[in-house]
Design a protein around this ligand. Structure first.
Ligand code: MG
Length: 253
């Protein structure tokens, strides 16, 4: 047979074979893979970043309203408020939310003080302790002007993960964290089933991409999980530096 005849003939035979196999597979109708079981709720996004979306739990926006917060001993917040922000008072201890949270989307804004106020090793030191245990570090890290181990700079999961990049702004300017946190899950016998994961945007830049947490923050030694409740308060760290906060909200996931 001539070549110019063989090629079209081969194509026809092959095409026939494919059509035959599709018929044999008996594909289900397209509706079989349509999910109508759970309608995603309508959410009105904030008009401009960083206004909270309509389904957010606003934890701090009105400077005078600290009713959603307390010190870990249950006493009223002794941090300072101004017209625009909540500012740490050194030695006043951490504060935490009265409400408990597990999986969440978190937004907060923070500002480090004049670097001259703090000692080198402690410039702008604070932190977001999710569940009171897992620390996303707050620190003065602009241009690496303050020296610290990379997994201790702004945007690190303290002593566990350095950020992918350093997206820090200058001291005394507002910065944002947007966090997706997946809480750890424990088995019935209180052993770890799945670890916690964290994704973080610092000033809208991705700095931690679904990193696995090794356990609660420890300053010394290696982190390891210990059983805890599925929801725990969100905590802000007082570490002797006058770091300020504003616009704090969460969406439970
Ligand atoms: Mg800290």
């Amino acid at each position: 047979m001539k070549n110019w005849l063989i090629i079209p003939l081969a194509f026809l035979l092959c095409h026939e074979a494919i059509s035959q196999s599709a018929k044999e597979e008996k594909l289900p109708p397209p509706s079989a893979t349509e999910d109508w079981s759970l309608k995603p709720p309508l959410v009105t996004p904030g008009e401009t970043h960083p206004q909270p979306p309509s389904d957010a739990i606003v934890l701090y926006s009105n400077p005078n309203d600290l009713t959603k917060w307390e010190h870990p001993d249950g006493s009223a917040v002794r941090w300072a408020t101004t017209n625009e922000a909540l500012t740490i008072v050194p030695k006043a201890t951490d504060i935490r939310t009265k409400q408990k949270f597990g999986n969440m989307q978190l937004h907060l804004e923070w500002r480090t003080p004049d670097p001259a106020e703090d000692k080198d090793f402690n410039r702008g030191n604070s932190g977001v302790l999710i569940m009171g245990l897992y620390e996303l570090q707050i620190y003065e890290s602009y241009n690496y002007d303050t020296k610290i181990y990379y997994n201790g700079q702004a945007g690190s999961v303290y002593k566990q993960h350095a950020p992918l990049v350093n997206a820090a702004r200058k001291p005394q300017t507002w910065q944002t964290y947007d966090v997706v946190f997946e809480a750890p899950v424990f088995n019935a016998d209180k052993t770890l089933k799945t670890p916690a994961f964290m994704t973080v945007f610092h000033n809208n830049v991705l700095i931690l991409n679904h990193v696995e947490l090794k356990g609660p923050m420890v300053y010394q030694g290696f982190p390891k999980y210990r059983y805890h409740e599925a929801k725990l308060p969100l905590q802000l760290q007082e570490h002797g530096s006058r770091v300020s906060f504003r616009n704090i909200w969460v969406r439970e996931l």
